[in-house]
Design a protein around this ligand. Structure first.
Ligand SMILES: Cc1cc2nc3c(=O)[nH]c(=O)nc-3n(C[C@H](O)[C@H](O)[C@H](O)COP(=O)(O)OP(=O)(O)OC[C@H]3O[C@@H](n4cnc5c(N)ncnc54)[C@H](O)[C@@H]3O)c2cc1C
Length: 401
């Protein structure tokens, strides 16, 4: 039976980040990933799964020494943001002028982030990476947890990390209850060519029945779109004749970048809010989508997960230095308290945004148009919004060092 200090279930972006961050901690880590190792080559066409990565996540990726690899693979810096309400006067726009033109964030394909972190993990001697691992059983003992895989192998650890995504198997095995609600939106993602250049600006329109974002790629005429709308509508859009889809897309987008053409497949994802009632228990801790999922309207899901990773890394390093048992719930409570608070705040603000911008009632429309205009014009508000967008208002201590 193999023994490790930590076993991480799920070698996605967040699980890998946790493992890489424990490099100098003296802790041994095994990552059990049910899928194969990710691969990326520069010849690959642009993927439809992308993430808007904020400054705080960039800091983490720099600290993990993968940021340069990511930039070399493929990443697009965006310098401005524009949000507006369709067919009305309400809008807000900001740019990175006050930040010295260094960008508000990056649009990065998930395959690039995943591959960079995986390659890093492969090189680190404290990590044992096990792809194609099928977990079949787990038990939480007083001093250790036990895991068995379908191939008959067994292993133990002092702590297990559930980084196995929204439908976390490990969360289920630990009987951790989940609060969840349906956003009644499905997100349609695709890559689009536009007649007019995007100028490095991420744009988002609220159009009553949904939310449509155009996220700029390096190519000035190419964007990734995330179109969140009612499930029936999303299905219709995903099956619609290509030229009709592009027409509808350009019209919904108020023709901001002119006519569009589709340059990829269209994929849809149901959107559900999830919030695990506990982020930690005896010999278990939850990170990333295993702990929470949120609406992608502010592009914050993996950013929140990366901050879980940063907080957990800091706490585990401290516990190890102090000679404490890293699997004791008592010692994991600090992580749990801090990250539950951040996730709850994020879930609440996504819900208020979705509620505020849903529907076309004239009075509600006027209130939000005035709100957007005031936020755009009143002094002092934009710097706060930029700070939120950068994610640096809520930095875990480990990232501040
Ligand atoms: C349409 C859409 C757009 C989004 N846009 C953004 C954005 O712009 N910015 C942003 O920050 N976030 C965004 N998100 C959210 C983001 O994609 C997720 O938050 C992120 O992928 C979560 O990462 P994770 O590592 O926690 O989980 P996952 O990416 O789900 O990884 C979990 C890993 O665990 C593995 N696994 C699962 N079960 C098991 C098991 N039983 N045993 C072993 N391994 C297992 C899986 O194979 C996977 O590799 C978006 C989400 C959607 C749906």
């Amino acid at each position: 039976m193999q023994s490790y200090d930590i076993i991480i279930a799920g070698g996605g972006m967040v699980g890998l980040a946790v493992a890489c961050g424990l490099k100098d901690s003296g802790l041994s880590v095994a990552i059990l990933e049910q899928g194969a190792a990710p691969s990326f080559t520069p010849q690959d066409p642009l993927s439809v799964r992308v993430s808007a990565i904020n400054r705080a996540s960039q800091r983490l990726l720099e600290k993990l020494d993968v940021w340069q690899d990511i930039l070399q693979m493929r990443a697009s810096c965006y310098h401005g943001m524009k949000v507006w309400e369709k067919d009305s006067f309400g809008q807000i726009a900001f740019d990175d002028g006050e930040l010295g033109g260094h960008g508000l964030g990056y649009i990065i394909e998930n395959s690039v982030l995943h591959t960079a972190l995986w390659r890093k993990a492969e090189k680190l001697s404290h990590i044992t990476l096990i792809p194609n691992a099928a977990l079949v059983q787990t038990a939480f003992g007083d001093n250790e947890t036990f895991v068995s895989l379908q191939d008959g192998s067994m292993m133990t650890a002092r702590l297990m990390v559930a980084a196995d995504g929204a439908h976390s198997w490990l969360r289920g095995k630990a009987d951790i209850p989940l609060t969840f609600w349906d956003y009644k939106h499905h997100a349609l993602v695709a890559n689009i060519r536009t007649e007019q250049p995007h100028q490095g600006i991420a744009r988002q329109v609220f159009h009553g029945e949904g939310i449509l974002a155009f996220l700029p790629f390096e190519d000035p005429h190419c964007c990734s779109i995330v179109w969140s709308t009612e499930p029936q509508m999303a299905k219709k859009l995903s099956l619609m004749d290509e030229s009709l889809f592009c027409q509808q897309l350009a019209v919904t987008f108020d023709m901001q970048l002119g006519p569009c053409t589709l340059s990829s497949e269209r994929k849809t994802f149901p959107l559900t809010a999830r919030y695990a009632r506990q982020f930690a228990s005896h010999r278990l801790v939850l990170v990333g989508d295993a702990a929470h999922t949120i609406h992608p309207l502010a592009g914050q899901g993996v950013n929140l997960g990366f901050m879980d990773a940063a907080e957990l890394i800091g706490q585990l390093i401290r516990l190890q230095q102090e000679g404490k048992d890293i699997g004791q719930h008592l010692y994991l409570r600090r992580y749990e308290r801090l990250r539950k608070l951040s996730a709850a705040k994020m879930l609440a603000s996504m819900q208020s945004f979705q509620d505020l911008f849903a529907g076309q009632h004239p009075l509600k429309k006027m209130v939000r148009d005035i709100g957007l205009t005031l936020a755009d014009k009143l002094p002092g508000i934009k710097p706060q919004l930029i700070k939120q967008a950068l994610g640096e208002h809520d930095l875990p201590e480990w990232l501040r060092k």
